[in-house]
Design a protein around this ligand. Structure first.
Ligand code: AMP
Length: 279
């Protein structure tokens, strides 16, 4: 496994690898969700690269950039065990030199949900991912369904800007009690950790209604809200039943729906989603 820091080193190492190349972008503090993307990439590509970069421009001024968990030695050991070919750990100075001034804005699909709650977040994500695509020139890039709007934004960017690669979205990996794995789960106190299962329970309640034939999106949102309201530690930012591609909020579900929610448990902001109705 080659671990490189500069863009020049990355380009040289990448050029030496022939055959299909898969990229897994991450912010590090790796967990089983990240590793599932790496394994999927390895199953589909001759070589796999991982980026580990806590991207400052996707954090708002009052968000958790400074305290975002980091453990590079542990991350590298996990990737070494999986025999990843190439890891890029760029510095902020390399990624955003002083006169940096170009950003990628994916307009409509970035506006609701996370976009409404975290202004600039998805612009920061699209910008760094565009830079990672230009640096690694992957044939395939792997993202988690956990961040459903991020995946939709990246898909749209790839289509709109003609990036010559395929976006692969992989299932959300969960803890045994249903909590979606996230680097941010480490922020939760034991009591908050218990309360945090409410996101999964809310999604399951709405799924049960959907499976029973409910197609009124308002009622699916209400099913989530009802479960969330019963958890005193949960502060709801949004519950949504939207079109999985456009993220437009639905009145009725014709075939497919993205149920998603953002909830604060104490100081920790958690998101989760289910995608229903796919064939
Ligand atoms: P992050 O390090 O949080 O930026 O995540 C890097 C990639 O891993 C993103 O594509 C995430 O959607 C994905 N990811 C994060 N958590 C999970 C999870 N629990 N299951 C599957 N993929 C995940």
């Amino acid at each position: 496994m080659q671990v490189v820091t500069t863009l020049a080193e990355l380009r040289a190492a990448r050029a030496a690898l022939t055959g299909t190349f898969g990229l897994v972008p991450t912010m590090g503090y790796l967990h089983a969700g990240h590793l599932s993307l790496v394994r999927r990439a390895q199953a589909e590509c001759a070589h796999v690269g991982v980026s580990i970069y806590v991207n400052p421009i996707q954090f708002g001024p009052h968000e958790d950039l400074a305290r975002y968990p980091r453990d590079l030695p542990r991350d590298l050991a996990l990737l070494q065990d999986l025999k990843v070919d190439l890891v890029w750990t760029p510095t902020d100075a390399e990624m955003y030199p002083p006169r940096f001034q170009t950003h990628v804005t994916v307009e409509r699909v970035s506006q609701p949900l996370e976009g409404a709650r975290r202004p600039g977040h998805l612009r920061g994500v699209a910008t760094v991912v565009a830079k990672l695509f230009n640096a690694f020139t992957p044939d395939k890039a792997y993202f988690g369904q956990k961040d459903a709007q991020q995946a939709a934004v990246i898909r749209q960017m790839v289509a709109d800007l003609n990036f010559p690669l395929e976006v692969v979205v992989c299932p959300t990996v969960r803890e045994p009690d249903g909590l979606a794995m996230s680097s941010r789960n480490v922020y939760l106190s034991p009591t908050e950790r218990q309360a945090a299962t409410v996101l999964y329970r809310a999604l399951c309640a709405a799924q049960a209604r959907f499976d029973a034939g409910e197609r009124d999106a308002t009622k699916l949102r209400a099913a989530m809200s009802e479960v969330l309201a019963a958890e005193p530690l949960a502060h709801v930012e949004y519950v949504s039943a939207a079109d999985p591609d456009t993220l437009d909020e639905l009145e009725r579900v014709e075939t497919r729906v993205l149920l998603s929610l953002a909830v604060r448990i104490g100081a920790t902001r958690l998101i989760d989603n289910f995608r229903l109705g796919d064939a």
